[in-house]
Design a protein around this ligand. Structure first.
Ligand code: HEC
Length: 146
């Protein structure tokens, strides 16, 4: 009986796959120009590089570099600071999450300056990436005409 039910469910799952469609993207779109999207992309890639460099330095026990890199990353301007017109298009929730990234980097830098506890550095890294994940879950960008 249980076996039969499982097989039935599996069959339904398989036949559904034949007509699999991509899931709709339900995230609200922030409409920007092509040039503004390029600014956003650059900031994003820069943050990803910072996370990678900090992880590498932390893995090598190079706490001084962790402190420096994290401090630089926390002060680096976000898309809104780089472009005033773009700033006005970014929803308040977006800007909050951007601050979350800065705050996370500050947390890492502080942890590195106060003895470099790997646990605290890791917690800071989790704060940063939590903000990345939260925003990627909440918004998408769309290139429009204005
Ligand atoms: C406040 C919102 C927000 C935050 C915070 C954020 N992102 Fe993004 N990111 C986006 C959006 C929106 C896109 C475009 C994705 C889409 O439309 O599907 C994007 C795209 C990217 C891309 C692709 C860039 C390209 O080449 O076009 C990378 C890489 C990326 N993010 C990394 C990160 C990392 C790493 C963090 C955290 C340090 C982060 N992002 C934080 C909103 C955010």
């Amino acid at each position: 009986m249980f076996f039969g039910l499982c097989c039935g469910l599996l069959t339904v799952g398989c036949s559904g796959d034949d007509k699999a469609k991509p899931l709709p993207d339900l995230r609200p779109a922030v409409e920007v120009t092509k040039a503004e999207r390029a600014i956003i992309g650059e900031v994003m890639r820069r943050n990803l590089v910072a996370i990678n460099q900090i992880s590498q330095a932390a893995g090598q026990g190079d706490i001084r570099s962790v402190a420096l890199l994290a401090q630089q990353a926390s002060k680096a301007p976000g898309p809104g600071a780089l472009d005033r017109q773009l700033r006005e298009k970014l929803p308040a929730g977006w800007r909050e999450l951007g601050k979350g990234v800065d705050e996370g980097f500050r947390q890492i830098s502080q942890a590195a300056q106060m003895g470099g506890s790997p646990l605290l550095i890791n917690q800071g890294m989790a704060s940063v990436t939590q903000a990345c994940v939260a925003c990627h879950t909440s918004y998408r960008i769309e290139v429009g005409s204005k």
